[in-house]
Design a protein around this ligand. Sequence first.
Ligand code: FE2
Length: 442
Amino acid sequence: MTAAPPLLIRRATLPDGRCDIDLLALDGHLAAVGPALPAPPGAQEIDAQGWLVSPPFVDAHFHLDAALSFGLPRVNASGTLLEGIRLWGELKPLLTEEAIAERALTYCDWAVARGLRAIRSHVDVCDERLLAVRALLEVKRRVAPYLELQLVAFPQDGLLRTPLALTQLRRALDLGVDVVGGIPHHERTYAQGGESVRLLCELAAERGLPLDLHCDETDDPQSRHVETLAFHAQRLGLQGRATGSHLTSMHSMDNDYAARLIALMADSGVQVVANPLINITLQGRRDSYPRRRGMTRVPELLAAGVNVAFGHDCVLDPWYALGSADMLEVASMGLHVAQMTSQAAQRQCYDAVTVNAARLLGLPGYGLEPGCRADLVLLQARSPEEAIRLRAQRLLVVRGGTVISRMAPATAELCLPGRGGDRPFGVDFTRQPPAEPGGGPR
Ligand code: FE2
């Protein structure tokens, strides 16, 4: 295979606000980032026209085995988590390895076009045939040149309430699945949930693997398995590689207990994934009014120094009838649900689908500094906040210094009879810089 020619992107805006910056990609890595870089011989030059160059999006929590299966074999009528789990159980005997792989590959195409570099996907191991595991391991191998999949061995029906689930989970790890998963709130009792957390933490420690548990995905404030997770993560030295996903019960906890818990989580190095689109949809279903939002305490966790990422979780599956691999939609929902509306908080929501998620997955060479991998996205926006507001078009997706996806800009042309000649006819929805100090659009 011949090496890709150098790629020189000119006149970009970076997430830190620097403008008119050039980025030079050589041999798959960023060789230089700065103003007015000299072009090496044979370089392909692209004018970014001031649009935002961002490190790629990362989805910290997804279910590729169920993605795009909406309507099979029927639709989730109640819209609840538990009916979704039952529905997935009805679908499992009907699945084929080929169908799972085909849907997953389609979703991976969506993800690449949306500028994702990596997805952590849970994969159900409760099927004795391990069909989904085999299908997704093959998909992981096929997409590896352009998309990094991290697979989590996930006992969807419960580790202790399902016969052979622990054996199945070990088999999945033996086959090459990367991360230990679990679902303590779905065990029969609180005690069994806690026991499953202990077993899974010890398994992760024994195998030297990361751990990522669906944890306390309920509105029950007594569901406190994350406390057990933090305890065992600290006891077993899993700091930085243990993750609690969802943690929605924290929304409903007593504030004093939550404050103590968050301090424990920060101390133990547990990381967190919130899934705003799914949490706002599935939680609070037994409430009348007021109806709880159900997302975990994102601003408070961040303030305590806990690494928080956002995940998409579901797209067109038994739990969620929407979605299109758009991590900016995820960031937007997280921003709204947590009321993270200040400029600084909006930036934190952007980080939750980029740098924080990359850190949680342990992605090497992530970022826009010289020496990082030349993986980036050119967005039709001038800042991360504007990218969230517009769910900006991914004009270019670059992987290892090669353009792997292009998207047309979002524009409109007005056709207004009698419109005055002093007004433009083109519309692009971006915020124009203020015309004078203190002026400009509000
Ligand atoms: Fe999930």
